[in-house]
Design a protein around this ligand. Structure first.
Ligand code: ATP
Ligand code: SF4
Ligand code: MG
Length: 349
């Protein structure tokens, strides 16, 4: 194995493609997804249900195979080392130690038959080769850090003795127990009520700073994105449709889908006094994708021909990437009558 370059990004995902066999044939649920994540940064992946966020996250650390999927193309490099195709044993070492994972369904990751302290201690023993006492002390320390009161005592409790919010804290303690360099958090706060959600986000932000961690945060909630992200990837129907720094994305979304998600935020309606508008229609099923731009059946700006015939490529625009042929003309003021027609932006990959 070659020595990874020192300057390699912490996580580099290129053209990641994931397929599942189904009765309708092979479906592609992650379609040539690319992004990079540097140390200490927070990247959010956002999109409606079924857009491919969780499968993307799971496939980064080799967890999609156990669910029947397959990475059919692309590359995932962690600190310069290729993860796609690594044997399960090697991936197992990386998961939990270098890359922490908080799953969308917290109960499925906690074993009801063991105390939470034992479960955290076991991970520490396995990955850090710590002794029993040391591992238990680390478990208690982590439970304390995530705000579980009387941590030494509560470590001896089983998962069912914890409320939903507390269980999510236990999950965070478990994911961070070995000081990972990258945390992948899939909708870690979605199931929580608003107050506990805000507290959990604060906690994650604090831990991210304290532990110098990068975070890949998956959510469908743009309010959460505004709160936590440095950069944002917007996914629609298995593809990246926009990728931009968080400020740019909120100030000037380049893709009509992103603009639609923003308009559907309760905050936007409150601040602009505008009615809350959802995006009409639903995300298409992977085996029934529309021709041309995959968003065109739901897009109020769609034009027959240029939006409906050829697939739309992801291209650079300003400081980000966008998959829309009309971004420039939609954001720029209408041309003055009689003035020469504007030249459309040239797509650059
Ligand atoms: N095991 C599987 N077999 C077949 N299709 C699957 C499987 N797991 C996921 N999919 C499909 O892959 C697509 C993306 O699913 P994914 O779970 O990544 O969506 P998501 O963006 O995380 O949605 P949500 O916001 O609901 O969590 C969906 O169409 C889903 O039905
Ligand atoms: S390419 Fe056309 S249909 Fe697709 S988002 Fe842009 S304007 Fe809408
Ligand atoms: Mg999901």
């Amino acid at each position: 194995m070659t020595t990874p370059a020192v300057t390699a990004p912490l996580l580099q995902v290129e053209d990641l493609t994931v397929q599942f066999p189904t009765p309708d044939g092979l479906i592609t649920v992650v379609d040539h997804v690319s992004f990079t994540l540097d140390a200490n940064r927070v990247l959010c992946i956002v999109g409606e249900s079924g857009s491919g966020k969780s499968v993307t996250a799971l496939s980064l650390v080799g967890l999609v195979q156990s669910r029947g999927g397959r990475v059919s193309a692309g590359s995932v490099k962690f600190r310069g080392t290729e993860l796609v195709g690594q044997p399960e044993k090697a991936l197992n070492r990386i998961r939990g130690r270098d890359i922490g994972f908080i799953f969308q369904e917290p109960m499925s990751s906690l074993n009801p038959a063991f105390t939470v302290g034992d479960q955290i201690a076991e991970v520490v023993r396995r990955h850090r080769r710590a002794g029993r006492k040391e591992a238990w002390a680390r478990a208690v320390e982590m439970l304390d850090r995530v705000g579980i009161a009387s941590a030494a005592q509560r470590a001896k409790d089983y998962p069912h003795r914890f409320s939903g919010g507390m269980r999510q804290r236990v999950m965070i303690a478990l994911a961070l127990a070995c000081d990972p360099k990258l945390l992948i958090a899939d909708e870690p706060t979605t199931a929580l009520d608003v107050t506990i959600q805000a507290r959990t986000l604060e906690l994650l932000k604090t831990l991210q700073r304290e532990q110098d961690m990068a975070v890949l945060f998956i959510t469908h909630d743009l309010g959460v994105v505004a709160d936590i992200a440095d950069d944002v990837v917007v996914m629609y129907a298995s593809q990246v449709v926009e990728h931009a720094p968080v400020r740019d994305l909120f100030r000037r979304p380049q893709h009509p889908y992103t603009a639609g998600l923003l308009a559907a935020m309760p905050q936007s309606a409150l601040e602009n006094g505008s009615p809350l508008v959802g995006i009409p229609g639903v995300v298409p099923q992977p085996h029934r994708l529309p021709s041309g731009c995959r968003f065109h059946p739901r897009c109020t700006h769609a034009q027959a021909g240029r939006c409906t015939s050829e697939p739309v490529e992801l291209r650079r625009l300003d400081g980000g990437l966008v998959r829309c042929v009309r971004s420039e003309e939609l954001r720029d003021p209408a041309p003055v009558p009689g003035a020469p027609a504007p030249i459309e932006g040239v797509a650059v990959q």
